[in-house]
Write a protein of this length. Sequence first.
Length: 397
Amino acid sequence: MASKIFNPKAKILANADRVLDFFEYGVAAPILVEIDPSNACNHGCYFCISSYIHLPESVDLKTFDRSIMTRNVLLDVCRDLIDLNTRAINWTGGGEPTINPALKEAIEFVGETSDIKMGIFTNGTLLDKYDLFDTFVDHMTWVRFSVDAGREETYNSVRRVKGGQNWKKMLSNLSKLIKTNNEKGKKIDIGVGFVITPDTYTEIVDFAKVFAEYDVDYCQFKPEIVNREREDGQQREQEFWYNEVEPLLEEAKSILGSKFQINGYKLSDLEEDPDLYGRSYEKCLGSQIQPCVGADGHVYVCTNHRGYEEYSYGSLYEKSFLDIWGNMQKRREVMHRIEEEECFSNCTQLCKPHESNKAMWKLYNEYNESEDKELYKNDLLQLGDIQKKEITHPEFI
């Protein structure tokens, strides 16, 4: 099951038509767009990938910005994504997406007027405040609660909860979402996530035991991505993962069975290629089909570069998403900076588009080297059709 949900390479193939559009015309409608409705968060996880945007200790950084996207901008970008025939939206952050009071309206608008698939990453503690249970079950493809601990006291501590939006509230809202989903015929997949850090890894098995008792579809484990503002961007030593983490993951797998999922980051790239971190590709092609819309209104290359205007294609407070996405000169300028000037030096050692970049780079070279491009395209499209049937949630790369 793990290979069917978290498999970016297979999902690139499953969307071969959009990939070929990009190769042929230099631009394609996005497959997936990550949208941050809010940079503000009601939790304060120090290991958050966006810690440099919203944590109190980041207040002096140029990236500090606890914006909440306005209703008008949120709905306008949704309309543009519908017009572009975008295949999926991830509601994410940034901060906690459910903080935005217009999120419910946006989800219902997209769900009722388009075929766009939607998923959301949330800490889950505000679902009752904004009455999101039916909205999620009626319109989402999946919902994933970020938990990142196996015990109440640890959860409340590392997430720095306040105002009763704590472990008990998270479990209560998860239970109600599961109940709502079951009453409606299990319309969506519900998962829980655990970001593995040196302060939480000892509770991997506790987490597995807790959520083995809940009617969730999967329990996802993934390594923390250390951003460049923290600890010089250095990922954990491989010995930590192999010696400390993996034995606990094996035990968790034995408890969870088919619910066990692990993200597809190739940690071996960090060990085997300490200079390039497995970036054998010369272009960040994966980002060109899965951009990020920040809560500040900027359209960023990817989630790992949100908050930095030098990696923005433009602001939705000045232009529409359609105009920004179609401005290839600006997009090429930003990508030239990343690929040619910086040579990925400001990218995190583990990044979201990494595995899709590998797949895209391979296909890009095959396409350009093929003697019969029409034959190559037909073969790739047939392979894409096969993958689409075998992969779970193929739109969510």
